[in-house]
Ligand binder design. Structure first.
Ligand code: SAH
Length: 216
């Protein structure tokens, strides 16, 4: 079966699973997920599953990418921060729906591969930085939207401080270390509103840059 047919089947499945945001579905239609997974997993690129991408990390399940992207309430004038570039797949989907995306990855090897993919796909509105995303991107703050694609134990206050008033932040957190859920935070004039959106498993948000032992 060729890739386009598999992709259409995946998009139909996402619709059946309740993803109704047509902007998100068409952005996902435009991004070739097979280019974001290692050669050995190309056959599975359009299955609704997470896959390994190297450095012990994973590309998220398409369903989760779709739901988190929809929950972010994107628009063509918005400036967005992503923490956890990984393969770059989520970033590529976001880039079709916002003005500019700033994405931070702590593994240099993953960041370099993701950048090459953005170049090949002519996604000129993504800027990648190697670093600890827990510190955010102060030089570009504030952001209209922030998405974290690795799971933290608490909401990183530094990131929240880089969210503009009226802004939305989506992140997976593990309350009390057991339950993992994706939450949406909205900064208002009076403070921060919080809603739980769904259950999901993510790799952990780690501090600092990788050691030699962990690999670059
Ligand atoms: N959005 C990615 C998902 C990658 S998994 C995709 O679509 O493929 C989460 C990523 O977050 C991993 O690549 C991991 O290395 C990265 N990560 C974890 N902690 C981080 C941190 N503090 N700063 C930046 N990246 C981090």
């Amino acid at each position: 079966m060729n890739g386009d047919i598999r992709k259409i089947r995946l998009l139909m499945e996402l619709r059946r699973q309740g993803v109704s945001d047509t902007g998100v579905l068409s952005a996902m239609e435009r991004v070739p997920r097979e280019l974001f997974v290692p050669e050995a997993f190309r056959d599975q690129a359009y299955e609704n599953i997470a896959l390994p991408i190297g450095a012990g990390q994973t590309i998220s399940q398409p369903q989760i990418v779709a739901e988190m992207t929809a929950a972010l309430e994107l628009g063509p004038r918005l400036k967005v921060l992503e923490v956890g570039t990984g393969s770059g797949y989520q970033a590529a989907v976001l880039a079709h729906l916002c003005r500019r995306l700033y994405s931070i990855e702590r593994h240099r090897t993953l960041a370099v591969e993701a950048e090459a993919r953005f170049k090949a796909l002519r996604l000129g509105n993504i800027v990648v930085q190697v670093g600890d995303g827990g510190e955010g991107w102060p030089a570009q703050a504030p952001f209209d939207r922030i998405i974290v694609t690795a799971q933290a134990e608490m909401v990183p206050e530094v990131l929240l401080s880089q969210l503009r008033e009226g802004g939305v932040m989506i992140l997976p957190i593990s309350d009390s270390g057991r339950e993992q859920k994706v939450v949406r935070l909205r900064r208002t004039a009076d403070g921060v509103e919080r809603e739980s959106l769904m259950q999901a498993r993510f790799v952990p948000l780690l501090d600092g840059l990788p050691s030699e032992a962990e690999g670059k």
